[in-house]
Design a protein around this ligand. Structure first.
Ligand code: TRP
Length: 445
C-alpha cells in the first residue's frame, strides 16, 4: 500500500472505528431491541457477547486488515497466499461485501427518517405530545414517497463521501462531530433521567428476569453485539488497512468498544425514562421507538425544538460515519482491481443498495401484508444479516486467525502481555467460535 494512505497518529483510527461503530445501532436499534426483548435478560447476554465475541473478533479483524493493507477481500487473499491456505477463506471477503450492501439498504432508510426528523419537532402548542408523536411517525411511515425521498438523499450522501475517499471525505468531520454527539447524548440522558422514570429504567435494563432468556433473545443479543461493533463483515478490517504499524491494537479496541457500549447504554437511559413516564408510549413498539419517544422529551425541554434538531443532525452524522464503512470494503476492492473508478464503483453499489432498500420502505406500507414466517421484508434482511451473516463472518475470522496463523506472528503484531495474549488466543480459538456455534444451535432448537 502507498504509505501516504496510512493514517497519521493514533487518534484517526480510533475516531474512524468509533465513527463506524457508533451509529443507529446504538441510538435506534439497541433501545428498541432491548424494549422488544424485555430488557435485562437481553442486556446481560448482549454485554457478554460484546466481551467474549466482540473483543477478540475486533482485534482479529484489525489484524487481518493491517497485515494485508488492502481491501478485505484482498487482505484475506494475501493471508491465503503468504500462509499457503485454501482458497475457501475468500468466502469471508465476499460474504462481508454482500452483508454490507444488505445492511446499507435498510440502514439508509432509517437514517433517512432520522434526517427528516431534523425538521419535525412537536409544535409548542401541542397538548398531548406523546399522542402527536406516535401519530406523526405512523403518518410518516405510511408515505412511501416521503420515505424514498429521504432514503435516496441519505444513500446519495453516503456514496458521495465514499467516492471522495474515506479519509478526506469524512475523517475531518468526524473529528469535530463525534465529540459533540457524545456531549449531547450525555446531556440528554441526564435530562431525561431527571425528568422521567429513571429507577424503572434502571430495573428494566439491569434487573434481568432469567426466565426471559429464550433462543430468540440470545440470538438477537448476539446479532446486536456484532452489528453495533461493526464486526463480522470487513468494515473494521478495511479501516485496519490504514492503521499505523506502531499503534497498539489491543488498547485501541478497548477504547472503541468502551465508547460504543457507553453510547448504547446512554441511549437506553435517555429513551426508556420517557417511555415509562408516558402511558401513550410503549417499549415494545419495535423500530419506531426512537422516533416516537424522543420528540416527546424535547417538547418538554426549554429550547426543546433547537435541541430536537441538533440531536437529529448529530444522529444523521453518526449514521453517515457508519454507513460509509458499510460500503467502503466493497468499493475499495473494485478500485483496487481497477474494475471501475472508485466513484463509478460506489455509484453502482449505491444503486443496488437503494433498490433493495425499497423493500424496507414498502414493508411499512404497501407490502405490510406480505410476510415470510411472520416477518416483513425489513425484518428478513435485518435478521439474515445480524443474526446469520455477521456471526458467520465472525466465526470464520476467529478460525482463520486462531488456527491458520502461527502464534508468534500474531504476538509480533498484537501488543498484548503474555497473559492477555494467552487469554486472547483461547477466546479466538475456542470461546468465540464455540459460543457462536452454540447460539446458532440454540436458536434453531
Ligand atoms: N455499527 C454501526 C451502528 O451501530 C453500523 C455498521 C457500520 C455496521 N458498519 C457495520 C454493522 C458493519 C455491521 C457490520 O450503527
Amino acid at each position: 500500500m502507498d504509505q501516504s494512505k496510512i493514517w497519521k497518529g493514533n487518534w484517526t483510527f480510533v475516531l474512524a472505528a468509533a465513527g463506524a461503530a457508533v451509529g443507529l445501532g446504538n441510538i435506534w436499534k439497541f433501545p428498541y431491541l432491548a424494549g422488544e426483548s424485555g430488557g435485562g435478560a437481553f442486556v446481560i447476554v448482549y454485554l457478554l457477547c460484546i466481551l467474549f465475541l466482540g473483543l477478540p473478533i475486533m482485534i482479529a479483524e484489525i489484524y487481518i486488515g493491517r497485515y494485508g493493507r488492502k481491501s478485505p477481500i484482498n487482505s484475506v487473499r494475501k493471508i491465503i497466499s503468504d500462509y499457503g491456505l485454501n482458497k475457501f477463506w475468500l468466502i469471508l471477503g465476499w460474504l462481508g461485501a454482500l452483508a454490507g450492501l444488505l445492511i446499507l439498504s435498510y440502514y439508509s432508510v432509517i437514517a433517512g427518517i432520522a434526517a427528516s426528523y431534523i425538521f419535525s419537532s412537536i409544535p409548542h402548542t401541542e397538548l398531548n405530545p406523546a399522542e402527536y408523536s406516535v401519530e406523526y411517525y405512523s403518518n410518516f411511515k405510511n408515505s412511501p414517497l416521503l420515505m424514498i425521498f429521504w432514503h435516496s438523499l441519505f444513500i446519495g450522501v453516503t456514496c458521495y463521501v465514499v467516492g471522495k475517499g474515506v479519509v478526506d471525505g469524512i475523517g475531518k468531520a468526524i473529528n469535530i462531530l463525534m465529540p459533540i454527539l457524545f456531549f449531547l447524548v450525555i446531556v440528554l440522558c441526564i435530562y431525561s433521567s431527571l425528568t422521567g422514570e429513571f429507577i424503572k429504567t434502571l430495573s428494566f435494563l439491569f434487573n434481568p428476569d432469567f426466565s426471559k432468556i429464550t433462543p430468540g433473545v440470545v440470538i438477537t443479543a448476539m446479532g446486536q453485539a456484532f452489528f453495533t461493533l461493526s464486526i463480522g463483515m470487513g468494515s473494521i478490517m478495511a479501516y485496519g488497512a490504514y492503521m499505523p504499524q506502531e499503534q497498539m491494537i489491543g488498547k485501541t479496541v478497548l477504547i472503541v468498544i468502551f465508547l460504543d457500549t457507553l453510547v448504547a447504554l446512554l441511549a437506553g437511559f435517555t429513551i426508556f425514562p420517557i417511555v415509562f413516564s408516558n402511558p401513550e408510549l410503549s417499549a415494545f413498539v419495535g423500530k419506531g421507538l426512537l422516533f416516537e419517544s424522543l420528540p416527546v422529551a424535547f417538547h418538554s425541554m426549554p429550547l426543546g425544538s433547537i435541541f430536537h434538531s441538533v440531536f437529529f443532525i448529530l444522529v444523521s452524522i453518526a449514521a453517515l460515519s457508519s454507513s460509509v464503512s458499510l460500503i467502503e470494503p466493497f468499493t475499495a476492492w473494485i478500485e483496487e482491481e481497477r474494475i471501475f473508478s472508485r466513484l463509478n464503483g460506489v455509484i453502482i453499489l449505491g444503486v443496488i443498495a437503494w433498490l433493495i432498500g425499497l423493500g424496507t420502505v414498502f414493508s411499512d406500507n404497501i407490502w405490510a401484508e406480505y410476510e415470510i414466517y411472520g416477518m416483513n421484508f425489513f425484518e428478513v434482511i435485518a435478521i439474515l444479516t445480524d443474526q446469520f451473516m455477521l456471526p458467520l463472518g465472525g466465526l470464520l475470522i476467529c478460525l482463520l486467525v486462531g488456527f491458520c496463523i502461527p502464534k508468534i506472528d500474531l504476538e509480533r503484531e498484537i501488543d498484548l502481555s503474555r497473559n492477555l495474549s494467552n487469554i486472547f488466543n483461547i477466546c479466538l480459538k475456542f470461546v468465540a467460535p464455540v459460543s457462536v456455534l452454540l447460539i446458532f444451535g440454540y436458536a434453531l432448537s
